[in-house]
Design a protein around this ligand. Structure first.
Ligand code: GDP
Ligand code: MN
Length: 375
């Protein structure tokens, strides 16, 4: 789960990292009042959980409170890389002398964290990393040892950051451990014209496994990047939004992953996928179908179930009940195999729903569902 910039900023501030004065609002009128409080000139920043806001028009300087209101009105409600802007943060502008990049990120393969830092921070950091990798320092961090002043000094030295950033690097590690984060990133960390080191932007990704003890973010913090992901999580389902047109439901991660591949192999793109796990009960199936079908990008749905502990007849009962509660408007292709497959198929045949077809093989189902999605 990602935090919003203003939440990351709050964490930074609590751990003694200097940040610009700022306030958040969803109202252009209040944006004007906030700008007045902050001294008139402000940076208006879209609060969306995606990077590259600056280049997408989500970070704008406003010269006075009236301009702040206008700019907030312009930015609120717009779409930034697929995210609707619900709130803006107004921040006191900072006179930037230098922009740095610093982050800690979990390196799963190495079983460690990685400190990534560069003296060439700012909106072009990806470009810098791609074209001049030597300008980006990568220092492993032992999670048990953490970032001591000595480690921080090594990171700063390797990246060519000024010595004054050492303290920030130590504090940023405290943010990571305190928040149970998998990633904390500051880009840019700046040196101001008058020599202060400040965090001008922040990204924090929390470890969902620690959600039980990171309760402070409440409903907002728990918000998923996609409203349907949130609806699915609320029902205990594993749903992932993708950007194609075929909705995919399966039981078990392995089957779902191979279903994605087979659909892609038939020339269609998965719109999403949902793993209903081992207990494919009627309720789970109807919850799952309602989530998949509420995605407007979905043109057809592939239900791919291999009956095991939950037999196919129970799954078919689930689908039939789901058809009555969810009332699909898009075609479904169902492939049932495994335990009690014949009984399951008979149940679906008996229901004879006009939008539901069955296929006996996974490949056959995939090519059919791909055709339904692309014609
Ligand atoms: P991002 O594009 O989503 O990473 O948003 P950022 O908050 O990092 O802002 C993008 C860029 O806008 C930064 O790299 C800065 O160059 C610039 N910027 C943001 N805040 C300020 C500010 O207070 N003063 C100045 N001069 N530039 C700013
Ligand atoms: Mn940034």
């Amino acid at each position: 789960m990602d935090l919003y910039e203003h939440q990351a900023r709050q964490l930074f501030e609590e751990h003694g990292i200097v940040v610009p004065r700022a306030e958040v609002t969803d109202s252009p009128k209040r944006a004007r009042e906030i700008a007045r409080r902050l001294g008139g000139r402000v940076v208006v920043k879209a609060q969306v959980k995606t990077g590259g806001r600056g280049k997408a028009g989500g970070v704008k300087l406003a010269a006075d409170p009236a301009a702040a209101e206008l700019t907030a009105r312009q930015i609120l409600g717009t779409d930034i890389k697929g995210h609707t802007v619900g709130t803006v943060m107004l921040a006191q502008p900072v006179d930037i002398a230098e922009e740095f990049y610093v982050s800690y990120v979990l390196d799963r393969a190495a079983g460690r964290f990685l400190a990534i830092a560069s003296a060439q921070g700012g909106t072009e950091i990806e470009e810098v990393a791609a074209t001049r990798p030597e300008a980006v320092a990568r220092i492993p961090v032992d999670p048990a040892e953490g970032v001591t002043s000595a480690t921080a000094a090594r990171i700063a030295e390797a990246a060519g950051l000024p010595p004054r950033t050492v303290d920030v690097l130590v504090r940023l590690w405290e943010v990571l451990t305190r928040a149970d984060a998998l990633l904390v990133e500051v880009n840019p960390l700046v040196r101001t014209g008058d020599g202060r080191i400040m965090a001008l932007d922040g990204k924090v990704t929390l470890d969902d496994n620690a959600r039980f003890r990171q309760t402070r973010w409440g409903a907002e913090g728990a918000a998923h990047d996609d409203p349907l992901e949130e609806a699915a999580a609320a029902k205990g389902l594993n749903y992932v939004k993708l950007d194609g047109e075929v909705g995919i439901i399966g039981n078990g991660a392995g089957l779902v992953m191979s279903t994605l591949d087979v659909v892609a192999g038939c020339g269609a793109r998965p719109a999403n996928f949902l793993d209903i796990g081992g207990g494919a009960s009627a309720q789970v199936m109807s919850d799952g179908l309602s989530v998949i079908l509420s995605d407007p990008a979905v043109k057809s749905v592939f239900v791919n179930v291999f009956g095991g502990i939950t037999a196919c007849d129970a799954v078919a009962d689930g689908i039939v009940r789901a058809l009555d509660t969810v009332r699909p408007t898009k075609p479904l292709v169902v492939r049932l195999d495994g335990n009690n497959a014949a009984r399951g198929r008979a149940i679906l045949d008996a229901r004879a729903h006009p939008l539901v077809e069955q296929a006996t093989t996974m490949d056959g189902a995939a090519s059919r569902v791909a055709r339904l999605a692309t014609t």
